[in-house]
Design a protein around this ligand. Structure first.
Ligand code: 5RP
Length: 231
């Protein structure tokens, strides 16, 4: 079974989590594209749902299907469904391969459930083979990069600084090697001024849907946000 089919199967399975009414976060990337297409094919059923896109790319695709977009509203997002670049056994993630990590993290943080959909190749024992994307302000970017390097990473700018996020910022790609304590690295990065957000999503996913061969595997990490992570 190829990767594309695994992504499609994970997205298909996740469709049953999308409510017909209420507010739903929608991530970014090729796996999520399958989900948007499935929602779009059933546009009438989802006519009363409001979708919160995590990128302009996702917003455009939702709009093409005539689905409702929501940005300014009060209250929690019922559920957010997004892809990932790596998923560890505790459900910690590396995200941001598409450069949308800041909006993705904001939406995931404000959602009651955060469901990851991914092909089996994304499931790893330890995070870090996929280099960590970090969104940084252009202002004094070299100093910010040097602060990240001081944590032990080799850092390059995505597309030599040509790539700009939807927020007009740069993406630094940090190679930490395998990350033995993702929580500590996450905290260290969060203390560096100039970093808007980084792609370590620690204890955020409530569950993930893994496309695995012809089938899917469901991994549950949290019953509800804030109820303690499965170890
Ligand atoms: C974008 C992301 C994506 O969810 C991640 O890169 C996975 O993408 P894909 O579904 O194409 O494999 O974090 O910023």
């Amino acid at each position: 079974m190829d990767v594309v089919e695994e992504k499609r199967n994970a997205a298909k399975y996740a469709l049953s989590f999308v409510p017909s009414k209420g507010t739903v976060g929608i991530g970014t990337g090729s796996t999520v594209k399958f989900l948007i297409d499935l929602i779009g094919e059933n546009r009438e059923y989802y006519g009363e749902a409001n979708f919160v896109p995590t990128s302009k790319e996702t917003e455009n695709r939702l709009r093409e299907f005539g689905l409702n977009i929501a940005y300014n509203f009060r209250g929690k997002i019922m559920i957010d469904i997004d892809g990932a670049d790596e998923v560890d056994p505790q459900g910690n993630l590396i995200k941001g391969g598409g450069g949308a990590l800041t909006r993705e993290k904001i939406v995931a943080h404000n959602s009651e459930e955060f469901v990851v959909i991914a092909d089996s190749g994304k499931y790893v024992q330890r995070l870090g083979k996929f280099k960590l994307p970090i969104e940084i302000l252009p202002f004094l970017a070299e100093q910010t990069i040097s602060n990240i390097e001081n944590l032990g990473a080799k850092v390059n700018l995505r597309d030599n600084g040509e790539f700009k996020t939807d927020n007009g910022n740069l993406i630094a790609i940090a190679d930490f090697g395998y990350i033995s304590d993702p929580e500590i690295v996450s905290q260290q990065l969060s203390h560096i001024p100039g970093i808007v957000e980084h792609g370590l999503f620690i204890k955020m996913a409530t569950r993930s849907i893994e496309g695995h061969g012809n089938s899917v595997r469901e991994h549950v990490y949290l019953k509800k946000k804030g109820e303690g992570h499965n170890q």
